[in-house]
Design a protein around this ligand. Structure first.
Ligand SMILES: Cc1cc2nc3c(=O)[nH]c(=O)nc-3n(C[C@H](O)[C@H](O)[C@H](O)COP(=O)(O)OP(=O)(O)OC[C@H]3O[C@@H](n4cnc5c(N)ncnc54)[C@H](O)[C@@H]3O)c2cc1C
Length: 403
């Protein structure tokens, strides 16, 4: 019996390997449209491949997926980040966990993952055919007939589609024609451009514990926030871009972002810190004595923006200025206009609707024996190794369901 995996990326390779490991009698082949295999793995994580995330619990893991987390949660019970790390170690790839829980191969080179997958395919006898694009499929008595771009056809019992993110809905029109519902694809994981704001001088500044929100929405991103030449980036912004991928697309990437620079602290905290400062250091200048451990350049920028004379002494600060400071520290507003792709990692939100899939097996409800996984389905995660982990878990689930 044959299994054809379409797509030679992370999800396709891991599926083929897992199927062959669990079911050695099945004939498994991978069809890849381009000349290159695992090309995204190669460039992933800045060429180092953030292969998964080491977060402890399944709840934590599942909460990193703006789309699909609820479904993945169940699958993580059987194959999760810790299983993946064990699998890699068992195959001789040592991993290193960084303080932010991102997991990279110890050698800091994505090529080690590519070499491992290719070696496993060769050991297990998985056939790989490049420059073989698939156009569509039809069902028949013995399974499915795959139509190839070159006009050829391949018969198979099982089919796994792992075609990656399709930036345009037209890329999945052939699936629509077969009756599938497609959630329109929009980008996720991007940084914010702020051409109207005078923040270019702040480039390179990182605020470790910021909270970013979109004005008028409930979404938020937490963590380090980085000023770039164009605007804002860093985990807090990327997280917000992922949770807000669809809403921000509808807003045509024009919106106001509100920042709390103090890890969510509110008015009472800021007021008490200022009162303390006024009591302890009344004669010190505001510019040199910032009670909030903010980077100095940002502190001076905020004072200038609020038209507070930075040379003033703490004792000279009146209630109007204190109120302005409270607002700027807890609810600072910036106009965003446009986005920039985050080169370390970006993904497509949307794709094949989960309503078309049995989410216990990843099998199509429309075509038994056909599976959809990876970035082409409506599941995506925030940055930090979660997108690969979705691929590994879905791939394992398919292998475990087949046969
Ligand atoms: C720059 C960058 C860095 C990233 N870094 C990370 C990271 O460090 N950690 C992380 O978790 N995630 C990262 N991601 C996201 C991650 O790479 C993707 O989520 C993941 O690669 C998706 O795997 P996939 O197998 O579903 O799709 P892909 O890797 O895109 O593979 C799909 C394959 O299918 C082929 N294909 C498409 N159509 C057809 C067809 N009709 N017939 C045959 N073959 C076809 C494609 O050519 C491609 O080779 C990064 C993404 C980018 C863009």
């Amino acid at each position: 019996m044959k299994v054809v995996v379409v797509g030679g990326g992370a999800a396709g390779f891991f599926t083929a390997i897992q199927i062959k490991e669990m079911h050695p009698d099945l004939e498994v082949m991978i069809l890849e449209k381009s000349k290159k295999l695992l090309s995204k793995v190669k460039v992933s994580g800045g060429g180092r491949c953030n292969v998964t995330n080491a977060c402890e619990t399944i709840d934590e893991l599942a909460s990193a997926y703006p789309r699909g987390g609820r479904h993945l949660r169940k699958l993580f019970g059987r194959f999760n980040n810790h299983h993946m790390m064990e699998w890699l170690e068992s195959k001789g790839v040592e991993c290193e966990v960084y303080p932010d829980n991102c997991v990279f191969p110890k050698v800091n080179d994505s090529q080690i993952i590519i070499d491992l997958f290719l070696k496993e395919c060769s050991r297990l006898g998985i056939r790989i055919q490049t420059e073989t694009g698939v156009v569509s499929f039809t069902s028949n008595e013995s399974g499915y007939s795959l139509k190839l771009l070159n006009g050829g056809e391949i018969q198979t019992k099982y089919l796994v589609f792992a075609l990656g993110g399709q930036p345009k809905e037209s890329g999945l029109q052939w699936l629509k024609d077969l009756g599938y519902q497609i959630e329109s694809p929009v980008p996720s994981l991007f940084t914010f451009n702020m051409p109207q704001e005078k923040t270019a001088d702040l480039m390179g500044i990182v605020v470790e514990n910021a909270i970013a929100k979109i004005e008028g929405e409930k979404l938020e991103g937490r963590g380090p926030l980085l000023f770039t030449h164009w605007g804002m980036s860093g985990p807090a912004i990327l997280m917000l871009s992922a949770w807000g991928a669809r809403i921000l697309n509808e807003k045509n990437y024009e919106f106001k972002v509100r920042i709390n620079w103090l890890d969510g602290e509110g008015e009472a905290y800021v007021r008490s810190q200022i009162q303390q400062k006024q009591a302890i250091d009344p004669k010190k200048s505001i510019k040199n004595q910032n009670p909030f451990q903010l980077p100095n350049r940002l502190w001076e920028f905020l004072l200038k923006k609020l038209e507070i004379n930075p040379e003033n002494k703490w004792a000279e600060i009146g209630s109007k200025s204190i109120n302005k400071l409270i607002n700027a520290l807890t609810n600072d507003t910036y106009q965003v206009k446009g986005k920039t792709t985050f080169k370390e990692e970006f993904v497509t939100c949307g794709g094949v609707s989960l309503s078309n899939l049995n989410m216990k097996t990843m099998e199509s409800k429309l075509h038994p024996g056909v599976f959809f996984i990876g970035e082409m389905i409506d599941i995506d995660g925030i940055t930090g190794g979660y997108n690969f982990q979705a691929c590994w878990t879905e791939a394992w689930t398919v292998a475990n369901s087949i046969g």
